[in-house]
Design a protein around this ligand. Structure first.
Ligand SMILES: [Zn+2]
Length: 377
């Protein structure tokens, strides 16, 4: 029989073995007062190959997972879905750098949604039809936003309920509800998800496509404002769900892309009240431009609205399965974990996963929640 001391020594030896040779130092580089890390480190940490560099462009990939971006821009593609980075990728000292904020707030939850702490696979969905009553929202030749949004929400409600979800609506008729009340309504249902449905309008009438908004993390400028402002540093209730927000945005946005087949305008960041003041994961969807000839015609058609509703169901399912699909805890990218905290000393030791790479949200698309559960040890 093993003595407790020997057992303890044995487990210590195993631990040391696991740590030795597996440590990855993140090469943190300060740029404009913010922590950045080279794409080489991102590649290593997530067990991707590359970077393949082509001038300012870089790409990392492995087994169906990929990250593609370009220095000097805020656009990045992760598993072929477009995201607008919190801060531009930069070329510095022979490397391309990504902000620590983007690694922790986009790349980590998107590549490893199952690692999101305390995330609950939802059974209750709150659908929020934008605008209503005297607030018509965007107007196009063939309709108005408040009506189209409500119709899509009613279709999505039926589909979600058929698939076992409970649904609550912020409005089910043509009434005006202040934004604060919509957020307060969502906060009555812990463990739920919040999906706000909108359509866009551009001043020129030329803009087309779909976009999804997730709450801008603390310290990140909102996409519609060029300059950093003091209010960007405020902490809001929605920030507690930063990882869930981006994972949910990913699931819904990619389902919209597939079902609606309009141009991909990307996953963006903003501080809209309905996604800022909620205590559950939430996103705001923009399903096309009311005043674009092609988008407007599609939005007016029942077939398109059905597809939009199906995309919502598919996205919620996908988010759910991504959360339930992973089991073992893996180390976070700890060197960069506090992207907004400029003064603290980063922990440079982050261990590569020894238990193998887990499926990503993109891969979750191909698998049902049942298959995932069956794979669990
Ligand atoms: Zn709107």
């Amino acid at each position: 029989m093993k003595s407790p001391v020997r057992a303890w020594a044995a487990s210590l030896a195993v631990l040391l073995l696991a740590l030795s040779g597996e440590a990855q130092a993140w090469n943190v580089v300060m740029h404009e007062g913010r922590r950045h890390v080279p794409v080489e480190d991102v590649s290593k940490f997530y067990r991707l190959s590359g970077p393949v560099l082509n001038g300012p462009a870089f790409s990392l990939s492995a087994g169906g997972r990929s990250i593609r971006g370009r220095a000097g821009t805020r656009e990045i593609h992760i598993n072929n879905v477009k995201y607008i980075l919190c801060f531009p990728a930069v070329q510095k000292g022979g490397s391309i750098l990504l902000s620590a904020m983007d690694v922790t707030k986009i790349i980590e939850p998107v590549l490893r949604p199952g690692q999101i702490k305390n995330a609950t696979p939802p059974r209750l969905v709150i659908l929020d039809a934008g605008h209503g009553g005297h607030d018509s929202g965007a107007k196009g030749q063939r309709g108005i936003e408040k009506e189209a949004a409500l119709d899509v929400v009613m279709r999505a409600k039926r589909l979600l309920e058929k698939n076992g979800y409970t649904v609550r609506l912020t409005r089910s008729s043509d009434v005006f509800i202040p934004l604060e009340k919509r957020a307060a309504f969502a906060n009555r249902f812990p463990g739920s998800l919040f999906v706000s449905v909108h359509f866009n309008k551009s001043s020129s009438g030329a803009a087309s496509g779909i976009e999804t908004f997730a709450l801008a993390p603390r310290g990140v400028p909102s996409m519609d404002e060029e300059n950093f402002s003091y209010s960007d540093l405020k902490l809001h209730p929605g920030h507690a769900q930063d990882p869930e927000n981006i994972a949910l945005a990913t699931a819904l946005h990619s389902a919209m892309l597939r079902n609606l087949r309009l141009p991909d305008r990307g996953i963006k960041r903003a501080r809209f009240v309905v996604i800022r003041d909620i205590r559950v994961p939430g996103v705001l969807l923009e399903g096309g431009f009311m005043n674009h000839p092609v988008d407007g015609r599609l939005i007016a058609s029942p077939a398109y609205r059905d597809s939009f509703a199906r995309a919502i169901l598919e996205g919620v399912n996908r988010y759910r399965s991504a959360l339930t699909g992973q089991a073992a805890a893996e180390p976070p990218p700890s060197a960069v974990a506090s992207g907004t905290d400029r003064s603290s000393v980063p922990d440079l030791k982050a261990r590569l996963s020894v238990s193998g790479v887990k499926p990503t949200l993109g891969e979750a698309v191909e698998r049902t929640a049942e298959q995932w559960k069956a794979q669990k040890p």
